[in-house]
Design a protein around this ligand. Structure first.
Ligand code: PMP
Length: 303
């Protein structure tokens, strides 16, 4: 990653190299942080951040779930993110807000720990690779099950990502690009950092949020964009065979955008190339974030 000039840290623009925290930070020891991943895109009308307000709302919700007192409002966080992009001169890039517990508590009771918030921005290309976006990626069903409801699957907390990391490492070590995680009941939940869609006999399926996948903002956008085009999206519990028998499959997420899946557990999906619905979803998303679509313009928040 190439450093940018400044990081927004508790209301100040701090030089990249100086945005540091103490090794006794509560978040470092116990994973007590909440975060977001957001993308900014270049459009003919300037830089636009995709669903920035919705992401900051989710950050505040995640903080609330874990009883962290986030002192900044959604509006302040939105403005801070835009300002960070501006001062770093980024026309497009990734935006990572993080709220975490620093010093003031040593045990598991986080009460008294200082709550800190930073917003980091940087240039970031295709998360699963340009080749993956073009021709699709190879995935494997993970031996690691998705974190059960002992934490909040719908809050983006740093600590719970250790689970996704185990799945991602296993997939990569075994020669795959990404993992698909089952939940405790053995049904498909999502990728390690993406939501999943499958297409079969003309219908588009995605697991319901109730299985424990993240209520992804890209997932929501793709459902709405495909519905606008007349597709039927079915939120349905899916098992492993639904993947094997699928005509098409793709991931969605802020980092992954829309990435086709061409193979699962060494079996080709469809004919092993991205299918028409996947291509359509990719095209709609690309048009949307580059300001070429007339609908859903409110999702683009200009810097
Ligand atoms: N699932 C997980 C576990 C994730 O980390 C992400 C990325 N935030 C997603 C799904 C996709 O969510 P979104 O579209 O809101 O980025």
């Amino acid at each position: 990653m190439e450093p940018t000039k400044y990081i927004w840290f508790d209301g100040e623009m701090v030089p990249w190299a100086d945005a540091n925290i103490h090794v006794l930070s509560h978040a470092l020891h116990y994973g007590t942080g909440v975060f977001e991943g957001i993308r900014a895109y270049e459009t003919p009308d300037g830089t636009a951040v995709f669903r920035l307000t919705d992401h900051m709302k989710r950050l505040r919700q995640s903080a609330k779930a874990y009883s962290m007192k986030l002192e900044w409002s959604v509006e302040e966080l939105v403005e801070a993110a835009k300002e960070t992009l501006r001062v770093n001169g980024l026309e497009s890039g990734y935006v990572r807000p993080i709220t975490f517990l620093e010093l003031g508590a040593l045990g598991l009771n986080p009460s008294g720990a200082r709550v800190r918030t930073a917003i980091i921005t940087w240039r970031w290309g295709a998360y699963l690779g340009e080749e993956g976006v073009k021709n699709g990626i190879r995935v494997a069903v993970s031996s690691w099950r998705r974190f059960p409801n002992t934490a909040f699957p719908n809050a983006k907390a740093t600590g719970t990502y250790i689970n996704s990391i185990l799945a991602k490492m296993e997939a990569v070590e075994n020669g795959f690009d990404e993992a698909i995680m089952l939940n405790q009941d053995g049904v498909i939940s999502e990728g390690s950092g993406e939501n999943l869609f499958v297409v079969r006999n003309g219908l588009v399926y995605t697991p319901p949020i109730a299985v424990g996948c993240l209520d992804g903002l890209t997932r929501d956008a793709i459902i709405r964009l495909l519905e606008d085009e007349g597709h039927t999206i079915v939120e349905k519990t899916l098992d492993r065979s639904d993947l094997y028998y699928a005509d098409e499959a793709f991931f969605t997420g802020t980092a992954a955008e829309v990435t086709p899946v061409r193979e699962v557990d060494n079996r080709a999906i469809g004919d092993g190339t991205p299918g028409p619905v996947t291509r359509q979803a990719q095209g709609l998303y690309a048009d949307l974030v580059s300001g070429k679509l007339d609908s859903h313009r409110d999702w683009l928040e200009y810097v």
